[in-house]
Ligand binder design. Structure first.
Ligand code: MTE
Ligand code: HPA
Ligand code: MOS
Length: 761
């Protein structure tokens, strides 16, 4: 069963499987599904205080309001009031105290959304305020952490620091970020027979929704089925927090024995659910005259919010990216998971990586400024290179495509640096800046156990193929990529492969679709299933075509052996006639990876993804406004499975990252209430903010050195960090207007206010 000829469906730019439905409005999201008989609508009653004891919770008026079917508190939870994704003790509904403004206290379900909302307003809650910790600094001062602080260390840092010819100290700061998926969090739970519950959930992690619903209801996992056809974006925000919404919907459905839909309106979504961790980094670096880093001591503090949630792995990933692309011979990085009375921050594209990378880029910037050199000069002497190619956590870099990426980028931007310098020489009010941003990003979940996936493939007697796998579709194009893999495996046209909604009763015990590894692991699992079926089909083909099985070839919808052939549907039908199974599961676990959390050493990543961007920014020194004028990107996607989808991922990630470093600003008041909970006050990038010159190239002839699925590389998160180049370019512009002392004061997001503060301080 060989395959001959050029690839049929992989390595081609094929439209997203829902592209036509997306643009025509025919893609069905949970809120669009046909409403079941008797559907109730939920609304969450939330805390208005950051930290308080609940003196009394009077919901009698809520329960008596028109249309209300139930209002539940923690006392209505038949199982455990715990929604923790990794640890335990993270209540779904407030248990005597509230620990952030926005925490769920009760959930009301009514015949209409308006009735539920109006009823929720009738809750009478009396609080007794407790002291609240709102900032990272306050948490550090109080040693308030959601987990024990972490330390990653290599070499004798103190000795290397003392011996370094030069030393400096600095800080880096970056704000949080709301996911702002277009589809807000939503779930619809429908009770079935014998305590069964069917949950439609907009989740990246159907298995975890299943676990948490089962835990809350006190039911076995097998009684709970979770299904997701697609999300209107997840970006990490639906990795752990979707289960909170689904849990509340399931509790109301369980109580009323009616289907319940819980859809958060935008303001509620922004207040109730977690975001990217804001970061505060302090460092000391020892270096030489060339800017070579000899010792680095760094403390990265993330604001985790009220519970641990995913903050352990997020902080671990931050520490694992505090090297970015640079060799650090002696290094100690401490990670502080600050516990605050604010919403629990969670996964967000990059998962701590961006916070680590922006921190070391600040180190590079400070060293460059101190030596009067360019960042690129400092980087050049610090990049990983043969003999200097082991990360602080002890992993060898392996195949390093960054030098090639940087060379190709330089070719794309020839003359642009000089043009910016020439512009600045002749302009005083408007100043431009130009910056390169290299990225190395580790691929795999940093919890080795999570790197497993499953798939289920059926071939029907007409040759059509049903495909199911554990990965979820959030817009990133996973479904089309896995369909391409399956079509390629059978060498049949993509139109014969029918993708289906992800469900816990089809493929069990899955991991979140996250860590950019959806295609890597689900693609391998699907191919494993295909290969089982194909092996059986080849036996039947050998019989029917009267040839040895070794001679059977699947090629472009036909099966050949000797000088005979049959179509794929004919063979499928023949298998049925011969009573041969045409269905199989497939399974995959990523090889080679391991990580010891206690010593923070190991090989947590199967491979690294590399990319680089060159960004040109302009600032108006009177208003502080900054714009990105051009961005050139080279990203390594290995042998891309689908270049069109991958370029879309690179562009989307870059613009989302641009939002993080340039404009998205979360503001809490002194009482810990989020003031920026709607697009009126929270600005995400729009079409106008996309760089007018925006060039993205995938590195060519770069098959993954590791035997990944068709030698492709993950793409979802790595290019997010390229957008740190936007911040660096604005910083360059500030430096050319007011010098590096001013530029080093700049913090992300570099809103107009932030730029003015840096210029004027
Ligand atoms: N792209 C779109 N359109 N929507 C999303 O929600 N999430 C990102 C990225 N790209 C996201 C996206 C995040 S955070 C991750 S981890 C990956 O997609 C997950 O999918 P993958 O593993 O299949 O790449
Ligand atoms: N990324 C996303 N989710 C995760 C990870 C990761 O690296 N580790 C554990 N959960
Ligand atoms: Mo992505 S933050 O790993 O969901």
């Amino acid at each position: 069963m060989n395959q001959i000829g050029a690839p049929f469906t992989v390595h081609q730019s094929i439209a997203h499987e829902s592209a036509a439905r997306h643009v025509s409005g025919n893609a069905i999201y949970i809120d669009d599904t046909k409403q079941p008989e008797g559907l109730l609508h939920g609304w969450v009653i939330t805390s208005t205080r950051a930290h308080a004891r609940l003196v009394s919770v009077d919901l009698s008026a809520v329960a008596a309001a028109p249309g209300v079917a139930c209002v539940i508190t923690m006392h209505d939870i038949p199982g455990e009031n715990d929604a923790a994704p990794i640890l335990s003790g993270e209540p779904l509904l407030a248990d005597g105290v509230v620990t952030y403004a926005g925490e769920a206290i009760a959930v009301v379900a009514a015949a209409s959304l308006a009735q539920a909302r109006d009823a929720a307003g009738l809750a009478k809650i009396i609080y007794e305020d407790l002291p609240a910790i709102l900032s990272i600094d306050a948490a550090i001062a109080a040693e308030s952490y959601v987990l024990a602080p972490m330390v990653m260390q290599r070499g004798d840092v103190d000795a290397a620091m003392a011996a370094a010819p030069m030393r400096l100290k600095g800080e880096a700061h970056a704000g949080g970020q709301d996911h702002f998926y277009l589809e807000t969090q939503i779930a619809q739970a429908e009770p079935g027979e014998d305590g069964a519950m069917h949950v439609l959930s907009s989740t990246q992690h159907p298995t975890e929704v299943q676990h948490i619903v089962a835990r809350l209801l006190g039911r076995p996992l097998a009684a709970i089925t979770v299904e997701v056809r697609r999300m209107g974006g997840g970006f990490g925000g639906k990795e752990s927090h979707a289960s909170l919404i689904a849990g509340m919907a399931a509790l109301c459905a369980n109580k009323t024995k009616r289907p319940v839909k819980l859809r958060l309106v935008r303001d509620a979504d922004m207040v109730i659910t977690g975001k990217r961790h804001d970061v505060q980094t302090r460092f000391e670096v020892g270096y030489d005259e060339d800017g070579r880093i000899l010792a680095m001591e760094m403390e990265i503090a993330l604001r985790c919010g009220n519970v641990a949630d995913l903050s352990g792995p997020v902080l671990t990933r931050a520490l694992c990216h505090a090297d970015n692309a640079y060799w650090l011979p002696a290094v100690r990085v401490r990670g502080l998971p600050a516990k605050t009375n604010t919403v629990s921050n969670t996964a967000f594209r990059g998962f701590g990586g961006p916070q680590g990378v922006i921190s070391i880029e600040a180190v590079i910037t400070h060293v460059a400024a101190a030596l009067g050199k360019t960042r690129d000069e400092i980087r050049r002497v610090n990049y990983y290179a043969p003999g200097r190619d082991v990360t602080p956590y002890g992993q060898h870099i392996g195949a390093d495509n960054l030098p090639r990426v940087l060379d190709e980028l330089e070719a794309l931007i020839a003359g642009r640096r000089e043009a910016v310098a020439a512009f600045n020489a002749g302009s005083s009010i408007v100043k431009k800046g130009f910056a390169v941003m290299p990225v190395k990003f580790g691929i795999s979940f940093n919890l080795p156990t999570l790197n497993q996936a499953g798939a289920l493939v059926h071939v029907y007697t007409d040759g059509s193929v049903h495909l199911n796998h554990g990965g979820t579709e959030m817009g990133q194009g996973l479904y089309v990529k896995i369909a391409q893999v399956v079509a390629e495996g059978f060498s049949i046209g993509l139109e014969h492969v029918h993708v289906s909604a992800t469900r816990t009763d089809k493929v069990p015990n899955t991991s979140a679709t996250a860590a950019s590894s959806g295609t890597d692991i689900n693609g391998m699992a699907a191919l494993a299933a295909v290969n089982v079926i194909k092996g059986r089909m080849a036996e039947v083909a050998a019989l029917r075509l009267e040839a040895p099985v070794e001679d059977v070839v699947f090629n472009r919808n036909r099966i050949y052996a000797g000088n005979r052939s049959m179509s794929f549907p004919e063979l499928a039908h023949a298998c049925w006639a011969e009573r041969v199974s045409l269905s199989s599961t497939g399974f995959y676990k990523t090889p080679e990876i391991h990580f010891d959390q206690a010593s923070m050493t190991g090989n947590p990543f199967y491979y690294f993804s590399h990319g680089a961007a060159a960004v040109e920014a302009a600032i108006d020194t009177l208003t502080g406004e900054a714009r990105i004028l051009s961005a050139h990107i080279v990203q390594d996607c290995g042998s891309s499975l689908n270049p069109a989808v991958d370029i879309g991922q690179v562009e989307g990630a870059f613009v989302q990252g641009l939002g993080w470093v340039m404009m998205e600003e979360l503001v809490w008041d002194a009482q810990g209430a989020l003031k920026t909970h709607a697009p009126s006050t929270y600005k995400i990038p729009t079409a106008r903010d996309v760089p007018p010159v925006f060039v993205t190239k995938l590195l060519e002839n770069a098959p993954n050195a590791k035997p990944t699925i068709f030698r492709s590389k993950a793409v979802g998160e790595p290019p997010f960090m390229l957008a740190i180049g936007c911040f660096l370019a604005v910083q360059e512009a500030v430096a050319s207007a007011a010098g590096w002392d001013a530029a080093l004061r700049l913090r992300a997001p570099c809103t107009p206010e932030a730029v003015l503060r840096a210029l004027r301080k």
